[in-house]
Design a protein around this ligand. Structure first.
Ligand SMILES: O=c1[nH]c(=O)c2[nH]c(=O)[nH]c2[nH]1
Length: 311
């Protein structure tokens, strides 16, 4: 969106909303309500539409307060529950666009923090949890706009994985600045940020099982990482994305950002010791950053390539 102010400047893309609403929903089940389920989300709202006046003239008539968007997130958790990050985000996005004429498009971004149950064999009630440290689940829903599209991008971040062998890197281009030694057996480690876009079919299906889809994609990413005999992290990236597209017909596109978490062999010669690929120094920076999108033929990619992902 852009609008000519009649002056020298043009108001370009703009959006607003409340970011990082941390909503935790406890659902009590069982006869006496002593079995608890938990969903722990970080929800950000961005609204787009007729906001020329609020920026240019100070007329706030079209401006639903960010405070209201925050309240809506918490009220919806109570009124509708949280079935999954995607379902919750779709419900919110549709609500904002359908309830206020000036709002043309809504984008909801969600992070979910997972909790595992602490098993207590002596207790029938279950309300104790330990934060599960593996990864953060993400979802981004965009609804509305000129085409009235519903776009759902699921994802994860901070999923750290390591292969202690079956990784080589050699035969690369060399110039006068190249000092890297060819590696025929190295550690391959990365902290996966992955995003995958769902087809319209899945996005529009109110009964679509987002949690199951998420588990399926994550399992495939991990299995492909473990199965691939790697000649570069780029090749591993492609294998991981293809494994998802192979097994998940409702996923059209996968984007992966893979920092190469370098492990350098430590020189033990000064101590008269031989380092037979056993002792490494794990460097936390700098890191190679390998990024790419793999999508079905004929599908136009929608996942932003400009998002800055750090290692
Ligand atoms: O898997 C890798 N890909 C690269 O492009 C690269 N570059 C580098 O220095 N090490 C590696 N490893």
């Amino acid at each position: 969106m852009s609008s000519n102010t009649g002056n020298r400047y043009v108001l370009g893309q703009n959006q607003y909303g409340k970011a990082e609403n941390r909503v935790v929903k406890i659902t009590r089940t069982g006869n006496d309500g002593s079995w608890h389920e938990i969903r722990d989300l970080n929800v950000s709202v961005a609204l787009r539409g007729e906001y020329r006046d609020v920026h240019l003239t100070g007329d706030n008539a079209n401006c639903l307060p960010t405070d209201t968007t925050k309240n809506t997130v918490f009220a919806f958790a109570k009124e509708h529950g949280i079935d999954s990050p995607e379902a919750f985000a779709i419900r919110l996005a549709k609500h904002f666009v359908h309830s206020q004429a000036p709002i043309h498009e809504a984008q909801i971004r969600v992070e979910e923090y997972a909790w595992d149950r602490i098993p207590v064999p002596t207790r029938r009630d279950q309300h104790s949890f330990v934060r599960s440290g593996q990864e953060v689940r993400t979802a981004q829903v965009t609804y509305g706009g000129n085409s009235g599209r519903l776009e759902v991008i699921s994802g994860l971040k901070e999923l750290t994985v390591l292969n202690s062998t079956n990784s080589e890197f050699h035969g690369f281009l060399k110039d006068k600045y190249t000092t890297l030694k060819e590696a025929h057996d190295r550690i391959l480690a990365t902290k996966v940020t992955g995003r995958w876009a769902h087809s319209v079919v899945a996005s529009g299906d109110e009964d679509f099982d987002w949690d199951r889809s998420y588990k399926d994609v994550k399992r495939r990413l991990l299995e492909a990482f473990a199965d691939t005999y790697s000649y570069s992290l780029q090749q591993t990236l492609n294998q991981m994305a293809e494994r998802v597209l192979d097994g998940c017909p409702t996923v059209n596109e996968v984007r992966l950002n893979l920092p190469n978490k370098h492990h350098f062999l430590v020189d033990l010669d000064p101590f008269g010791l031989k380092n037979d690929n056993e002792v490494y120094y794990a460097a936390d920076r700098m890191y190679g950053l390998i990024e790419g999108t793999v999508h079905r033929d004929g599908v136009s990619p929608v996942i932003a390539t400009s998002d800055w992902v750090t290692g």
